[in-house]
Design a protein around this ligand. Structure first.
Ligand code: AMP
Length: 402
């Protein structure tokens, strides 16, 4: 019998991540990345632990890349006939989607409508969905949208309303939507299973720390608050994004510094965060190595940790009388021994205590507990958004219990 595989597609503004996954065996068969669409573009992929690369001297597009993956790469490894469904990561689902969903014309319209809040992502993700219809016409009704926002649709109104005139919510749908939902959902499920607690009774604080970082408060397995907002710019200090700032800073830049809106947007999204503060890098491998050697790096890292502990502390009071765990995930959460140690050391008052030895050992894809026996469990769980997308897709196209 043919092995049934899901093709997972994540269209970024000028990149495309892809993988082919067996959702039953939880096995990644193929994965790859196409990037630098406008310059020296390339597609790099890994099959059977063997890395392959092709470069192009001309500009490439998302459509071109999808065509190449299906017509060349799938063909090369005889994968074409095994693909039974396609899972698309969609950045913004607005307030209509509480779960992943089969893509219909109505769903496509809603994704388009939510583009105002994710203008760099949603439109390009629609391009991906439409292109698949033409290259894999037999699977045109087997496409599933998995939203970064849908896990957070369980937030109560007091978590998602901003203190703005109410018409901005009612008329323009301006509210907190959150992001990284697929990751928070995945690590929460894995953590509940690891600790042998029913997901419906599981309360935790999930810290997804990567180039983009967000924290989510989870009660009874459901998101009740999250640090990202209308867009992924709000919340923690991130790699290049500023996170929370006084909105008056924007008026100051505009009025007093005569910066135009594009320049301000570029500063807040690309030039701020750890890159802006260190004036060197947003790469935590370098930051970790140089924490004790470079004063600016130390200050920037302490700002990052300060923003982290404020969220963890404030979310701890939102938990249903008990916190079952705190979870670290994402490139930094899964690997940075320094960030985890320095963060947890500041949370003694909340009964979190780190085991230095376990903390040191748990990195590079390892999952486990890094707290002492006196502590509320502190877990490191490598995220796997692609697997979550593949599993959701498989269940939905097969009408399995969701
Ligand atoms: P992500 O966006 O989840 O891929 O995470 C990217 C971030 O994780 C970058 O800041 C990396 O520097 C950081 N990272 C990846 N590997 C390590 C590592 N071994 N130690 C510290 N930080 C790491």
């Amino acid at each position: 019998m043919l092995e049934k595989l899901i093709f997972v597609i994540n269209c970024g503004s000028s990149s495309l991540k892809f993988s082919v996954i067996n959702p039953i065996k939880k096995k990644k068969i193929l994965y790859g990345l196409a990037e630098n669409f406008n310059d020296k573009s390339s597609i790099i992929w890994n099959f059977n632990n063997k890395k392959n690369e092709i470069t192009f001297n001309n500009k490439i597009t998302h459509k071109f890349v999808l065509n190449y993956i299906i017509k060349e790469i799938f063909k090369k490894y005889s994968l074409y006939d095994n693909i039974v469904g396609i899972g698309h990561r969609i950045v913004h689902g607005g307030n209509k989607f509480t779960n992943s969903t089969l893509i219909t014309d109505i769903v496509l319209k809603e994704i388009k409508r939510a583009s105002v809040f994710a203008p760099l992502h949603n439109p390009i993700q629609i391009v991906g969905i439409k292109k698949i219809k033409t290259i894999l016409p037999h699977l045109k009704n087997k496409q599933v949208a998995v939203f970064d926002t849908s896990f957070h649709q369980t937030m109560p109104i007091e978590s998602y309303l901003y203190g703005l005139p109410i018409k901005f919510y009612k008329k323009y749908k301006i509210r907190r939507y959150g992001a990284h939902g697929t990751s928070h959902k995945y690590v929460t499920k894995v953590a509940a299973k690891f600790l042998n607690i029913e997901l419906n009774n599981f309360n935790c604080i999930s810290c997804h720390l990567g180039n983009g970082s967000s924290i989510t408060a989870i009660n009874n397995g459901k998101s009740i608050d999250t640090s990202m907002g209308l867009t992924p710019l709000e919340g923690l200090v991130m790699g290049t994004r500023c996170g929370n700032i006084d909105p008056a800073i924007i008026f100051y830049m505009y009025d007093k510094l005569n910066f135009n809106i594009n320049k301000i947007y570029n500063i807040l999204t690309q030039k701020s965060g750890m890159l802006g503060l260190t004036n060197i890098t947003s790469d935590f491998r370098y930051i970790e190595e140089n924490y004790y050697k470079n004063k600016n790096i130390k200050i920037a890292t302490n700002v990052f940790i300060h923003s982290l502990i404020k969220y963890i502390a404030s979310y701890s009071v939102l938990m249903n009388n008990k916190i079952n765990a705190i979870i670290f995930t994402g490139g930094i959460g899964e690997n940075s021994v320094l960030i985890r140690e320095k963060t947890i050391k500041k949370l003694k008052i909340l009964k979190f205590f780190i085991d230095k030895n376990l903390n040191y050992k748990t990195k590079q894809g390892k999952m486990g507990i890094i707290s002492t026996h006196l502590s509320i469990p502190i877990l490191v769980i490598p995220t796997n958004e692609e697997l979550m997308i593949a599993q959701d897709t498989f269940k939905i196209i097969n009408n399995l219990k969701y």
